[in-house]
Design a protein around this ligand. Structure first.
Ligand SMILES: *[C@@H]1O[C@H](CO)[C@@H](O)[C@H](O)[C@H]1NC(C)=O
Ligand SMILES: *[C@@H]1O[C@H](CO)[C@@H](O)[C@H](O)[C@H]1NC(C)=O
Ligand SMILES: *[C@@H]1O[C@H](CO)[C@@H](O)[C@H](O)[C@H]1NC(C)=O
Ligand SMILES: *[C@@H]1O[C@H](CO)[C@@H](O)[C@H](O)[C@H]1NC(C)=O
Ligand SMILES: *[C@@H]1O[C@H](CO)[C@@H](O)[C@H](O)[C@H]1NC(C)=O
Ligand SMILES: *[C@@H]1O[C@H](CO)[C@@H](O)[C@H](O)[C@H]1NC(C)=O
Length: 645
């Protein structure tokens, strides 16, 4: 086992001269196994993170879901009049449609997208339903908003009839790329071909090429930004957004599966209508595509606004979650919900879920008493009875955890206080694991109230202090399941919470991977499977962890230098005991710094805050590496090993 920080701190007194020099003696034998899921991601569908963000749908308000009584942001083309119609719904899930009446010549309707469209010479996959008699063509096209120039169009021969809704599919390949994302999309048709004066439209959808070309898939550049971090766990379908503000708006899995016309959508917790096009199956595919372990959370009887389900009323929700797990994992031939999965998806092969979380932040809003008294135990007992190996995570830290239940710790912080959590997990008993399901620095140390006037983007000092937290977690990889930064996404055109890990607009050229993204990407790039014993100087101002990757045989030292006296660089000495690392062994040292200082951030048009330097080092006598690390740096030293050694 690794020495406790307290023990190391006691040793510190005699080493007061070592402020700018630090020695680590690394033991030879592999110690405790470390979590395979240390670096992960958490998804909260906060304004325009799902719709208008990761979910690649380009059309805003494609199906008139929710309480909205307006056709906004659609606008009429060619003198037509637009209104909402409920006379003949496309489906029970989508009761409203767009009625288009009148006008002459080419008439129709246009959409501004989620603050524009990225128009390139590539295939866009589109679809819409029509009701009404029309003979002729529909034309789907992109226009530049400013110049009105048409950037590409496609004719779609009408199959529309007043006898019922007919779906029309099309592929639109623009003939030229737009200069910027200030473009609109429209569907027009010849008013003279309409019998009966009016046509109705619904589920008007348009996708660019998606990540791994999934139908109904996810935005490519954002998935690529996530893939760079090699995340190994995804906490979904949300924190607060899972809960809903008030009855009946908790997240219901059954409403998020199957054909899009059968998904009603839902008013999320952030006053933001979710289409639920990004639903349970899409989350599982997201996990598959990035090779992540799903951590599926369930609503647990408490709304964010405080409305609580009594013990006598909770069982149906427990049963419903077991049904959801059966939908994902049940046998297609012998279970009811496994059969539903196979029939609606053609996905006979079950998925595997090993981690579930019960609720979100039940330490808040009057949650704790009922949570520990009956809500958590009812879910825990029912899940463990059916899935004894499942890791069932409580949504709060609590002393009253049954069996092998795990817990979730959230921290939104300032650098000075996040540093204080470095040793937090040393104090955990080893019986109940913990996930840091949400963490982020949200303000500078100088802010007197960290919740006010928060920066738009993560900043370097905060990102370094997040590395300190992560390294503290890795030192306890036997009990910490992993860490997931939150929130993940920020749509720069409409957002409610900052800072976020990745920011973007409709234009992929403006995507901003933050300083925190750079830190996670580095720390996650080399995984520790087993801790190695560390003795030597106490971990300050160099916060460090040393481990082994058993698959590659690499020895790994991860550090964050934070608060070196006078900002001096630290002379590092890392000595490996035993034969695994001998004189002449080579190592790769990757060091991240921010030349612009502690406040620097990546931002649109300026994404050079973090400098990455990679050097090759050679061990001296006895397998000792010496190198220097600047203050406010994050680094990984990897001594390449022989697999299996
Ligand atoms: C898009 O173009 C319109 C029309 O020229 C203009 O009014 C608007 O400001 C532009 N929007 C952006 C974001 O450039
Ligand atoms: C409809 O579109 C097709 C394909 O572009 C075209 O061949 C046809 O002439 C069009 N019909 C009318 C009536 O414009
Ligand atoms: C349109 O495309 C969808 C998805 O590929 C398909 O399920 C549907 O049958 C198509 N509809 C028509 C009318 O071709
Ligand atoms: C979030 O989105 C909804 C629309 O879906 C809007 O009503 C609300 O004002 C948005 N909030 C912010 C802060 O943009
Ligand atoms: C649970 O884990 C044990 C030990 O790894 C294994 O033998 C058993 O098959 C697992 N049970 C289930 C239901 O997956
Ligand atoms: C960083 O920003 C904070 C808050 O504006 C300020 O107090 C501090 O002096 C800045 N640091 C540097 C090095 O400029």
């Amino acid at each position: 086992m690794i020495p406790s920080v307290a023990a190391l701190a006691a040793a510190a007194a005699s080493l007061s001269t070592g402020a700018a020099a630090l020695r680590i003696n690394v033991g030879a034998a592999a110690g405790a196994a470390s979590s395979a899921h240390m670096y992960g991601i958490m998804f909260e569908d906060i304004n325009f993170s799902g719709d208008g963000g990761l979910y690649a749908e380009l059309i805003r308000n494609r199906a008139f879901q929710g309480a909205s009584t307006s056709v906004s942001p659609w606008t009429a083309v060619g003198g037509a009049r637009l209104s909402l119609s409920t006379t003949q719904p496309l489906s029970s899930a989508l009761p409203k449609a767009l009625a288009v009446t009148g006008g002459s010549g080419a008439v129709g309707f246009a959409n501004p997208g989620y603050w524009g469209f990225d128009v390139k010479v590539q295939p866009y996959t589109g679809s819409f339903y029509v009701l009404g008699d029309y003979a002729g063509n529909f034309t789907a096209s992109f226009q530049s908003t400013a110049s009105k120039e048409t950037l590409g169009s496609v004719d779609i021969v009408s199959a529309a009839t007043s006898a019922g809704w007919v779906q029309h599919n099309f592929t639109l390949v623009p003939t030229k790329a737009a200069a910027n994302s200030n473009n609109t999309f429209s569907i027009t048709y010849n008013a003279a071909g309409v019998k009966g004066g009016s046509l109705s439209f619904n589920l008007i959808s348009l996708f660019p090429p998606t990540y791994k070309n999934r139908p109904n898939g996810l935005r490519k550049d954002l998935m690529e930004a996530l893939a760079e971090m090699k995340p190994s766990i995804l906490r979904f379908p949300g924190g607060n957004n899972l809960e809903g503000d008030a009855p009946p708006n908790y997240w219901k899995w059954q409403n998020t599966i199957g054909p899009l016309k059968d998904r009603p959508g839902r008013m999320g917790t952030w006053s933001y209508q979710n289409t639920d096009g990004l639903g349970l199956v899409e989350y599982m595919q997201w996990c598959e595509d990035l090779n992540m372990e799903p951590l599926l959370a369930t609503w647990a009887g408490l709304y964010l606004g405080g409305s609580l389900t009594p013990q006598s009323g909770l069982q149906p929700y427990v049963d419903d979650f077991l049904n959801e797990l059966e939908f994902l994992m049940g046998d297609a031939a012998t279970t009811k919900y496994g059969a539903q999965r196979a029939s609606i998806l053609g996905h006979a092969r079950p998925w595997r879920v090993n981690f579930v979380e019960i609720g979100n932040e039940d330490n808040l809003n009057g949650g704790p008493a009922s949570y520990t008294a009956y809500r958590f135990p009812m879910f825990y007992n029912a899940i463990k009875a059916k899935y004894p190996n499942m890791t069932v995570i409580a949504s709060m830290e609590t002393k009253s955890l049954p069996g092998d239940a795990a817990q979730d710790y959230h921290t939104y912080s300032q650098p000075k206080s996040m540093i204080g959590d470095f040793a937090k997990f040393d104090r955990y008993d080893r019986k109940h694991k913990v996930i840091v399901g949400e963490y982020a620095n949200i303000n500078r140390d100088s802010a007197s109230n960290m919740w006010n006037n928060r920066p738009l983007y993560p900043f370097w000092k905060g990102s370094v202090s997040e590395a300190v937290l992560a390294i503290g977690a890795e030192r306890n990889g036997d009990v910490v399941i992993g860490l997931t930064y939150a929130p993940l996404f920020c749509n720069l055109n409409s957002h409610q919470w900052t800072p976020d890990l990745i920011a973007y607009t409709a234009d992929p050229a403006q995507t901003v991977k933050s300083t925190s993204h750079a830190v996670i990407k580095l720390l996650s790039s080399v995984r520790i499977t087993h801790l190695l014993s560390m003795t030597g100087d106490p971990p300050k101002p160099v916060y460090y962890v040393v481990g082994l990757n058993a698959a590659t045989g690499s020895r790994v030292v991860k550090t964050a230098v934070y608060g070196s006296p006078s900002g001096a660089a630290v002379s590092m000495t890392v000595a490996f005991a035993g034969d695994a690392v001998a004189a002449g062994a080579t190592a790769t040292l990757t060091v991240l710094t921010a030349p612009g200082g502690e406040n620097s951030s990546n931002a649109v048009g300026s994404i050079a805050a973090v400098k990455t330097e990679t050097t090759t080092l050679t061990a001296g006598a006895g397998g000792v590496f010496t190198y220097s690390l600047p203050d406010l740096s994050v680094s990984v030293l990897e001594v390449k090993g022989v697999p299996g050694s």
